[in-house]
Design a protein around this ligand. Structure first.
Ligand SMILES: NC(=O)c1ccc[n+]([C@@H]2O[C@H](COP(=O)([O-])OP(=O)(O)OC[C@H]3O[C@@H](n4cnc5c(N)ncnc54)[C@H](OP(=O)(O)O)[C@@H]3O)[C@@H](O)[C@H]2O)c1
Length: 387
């Protein structure tokens, strides 16, 4: 039984629920009857976990991923830790034939591989479990170098995957950063969030499509996005700016939290445009989709150091955030879709429209503008035509 249902007094609980109204699934919170609400929710979800009050009220628990991935080839970038690691583990556990870890540090990747093999074997299915073909072994997981701050590394990665791993059923573009201070990691002068979360992710998606590495029609290319992009309020000045990528690349405009949100907004805009153009760009386009795992425990906030950050992290981890394993459920369930997922946004076990924030104005116009900016920047930086 959840710890939530033991919390007293009830008025405190109801007040907390009211305060979290914007994110609370209000229509299912039946007339203030907290106990009935929680009991009905818990009965349909993962009841093994003891959810705290705020974990339950701020974010819905996610269904576990019951589907089999038997026979599938799955690429997960940024899979040595956090959500990517858990998504790779889940893929192996659900019987994937081959899982590719795209990581910038091969040693960390090999370590992750061993941890996945150990955990997948110890989670080994009950005799009744039909999702598995057999035990995972050394051949089940391949570690490939991918540095998302280096375009040459991205090109080499795509070539290597194409040569050694054949066609993929699923590519989960998960690698991402949340920089706490202004840094340019690559050689191209781009701030790190813009470099990794937007430009390099865009390049990787385009190269995977061009090389036809994802199975046509039925394969899935998945962007790991964030609903935090919806919090971005563009100022009038920003809207009028000649080039938004360049505007947000200026050091004086850097604000860590906003920069991360902006990077996910630009990624989402690029994704919206890519999804609408993919049929023209590549014959037999795979399904292109995007997911948001919700607020999760991971290493994403690693840049925030010090006592206050540690305390805040501990509080959030305990009371608010989903476990990385839960977030990874969304990464995996988002990749199981059929064509109706194309161009949509999967989160909280549901399929949604993309819904860029109102401040961008005409959403398709904004998406097209960002597409032009991203493609132009990539072509200029790599000195090669892309699309
Ligand atoms: N956690 C959340 O609440 C949340 C919510 C919404 C969306 N997301 C998104 O989920 C994705 C995964 O994040 P996470 O929370 O799991 O964070 P994480 O634990 O920090 O994992 C990020 C992964 O990306 C890799 N990465 C970072 N920079 C890279 C680079 N230049 N080249 C190659 N790999 C790089 C990291 O590798 P290293 O370990 O080598 O740095 C790591 O494997 C991100 O796209 C994030 O924006 C997270």
């Amino acid at each position: 039984m959840s710890t939530i249902t033991r919390i007293r007094p009830q008025s405190l609980v109801n007040n907390a629920l009211k305060q979290t109204k914007p994110t609370l699934d209000a229509h299912r919170y039946q007339g203030g009857n907290f106990h009935a609400y929680m009991t009905s929710k818990l009965s349909t979800y993962d009841t093994e976990r003891s959810y705290s009050l705020f974990q339950k009220t701020l974010q819905d628990p996610l269904r576990t991923s019951p589907s089999s991935l038997a026979g599938k080839s799955i690429l997960v970038t940024g899979s040595n830790t956090g959500l990517g690691f858990e998504a790779a583990l889940k893929s192996v556990d659900l019987g994937a034939k081959h899982v590719i870890l795209g990581v910038r540090n091969v040693e960390k990747g090999e370590h992750a591989k061993q941890r996945i093999l150990q955990r997948a074997t110890s989670m080994k299915a009950q005799p009744s479990d039909t999702t598995k073909d057999g035990n995972p072994d050394d051949q089940t997981i391949s570690v490939r170098k991918l540095d998302m701050s280096d375009y040459n590394s991205i090109h080499s990665f795509v070539k290597e995957v194409g040569k050694k791993d054949g066609r993929l059923d699923v590519a989960i573009l998960n690698a991402g950063v949340f920089g706490v201070k202004y840094e340019t990691a690559g050689n191209y002068g781009w701030e790190n969030d813009l470099q990794v979360n937007v430009l390099s992710t865009a390049l990787l998606s385009l190269l995977l499509l061009q090389a036809k590495i994802i199975k046509p029609e039925v394969g899935v290319l998945e962007f790991v996005a964030s609903r935090r992009m919806q919090a971005v309020q563009l100022t009038e000045e920003e809207k009028k700016s000649h080039n938004l990528l360049e505007t947000f690349n200026r050091k004086q405009n850097f604000n860590a939290s906003r920069q991360y949100q902006v990077s996910k907004l630009l990624l989402m805009a690029f994704y919206q445009s890519l999804a609408s153009r993919s049929a023209k760009l590549t014959e037999g386009s795979p399904i292109i989709t995007a997911v948001c795992p919700g607020f999760c425990q991971s290493d994403l906030s690693r840049g925030h150091q010090g006592f206050a950050a540690d305390v805040l992290r501990a509080v959030l981890n305990t009371f608010v955030l989903r476990r990385a394993e839960e977030g990874a459920r969304t990464l995996v369930s988002g990749a199981l879709g059929t064509k109706e997922r194309h161009g949509k946004f999967w989160f909280d076990d549901g399929l949604h429209d993309i819904a860029l924030p109102d401040s961008v104005g005409d959403a398709q116009g904004f998406a097209d503008r960002i597409w032009e900016e991203v493609v132009h920047a990539l072509q200029r930086d790599t000195n090669a035509p892309l699309v």
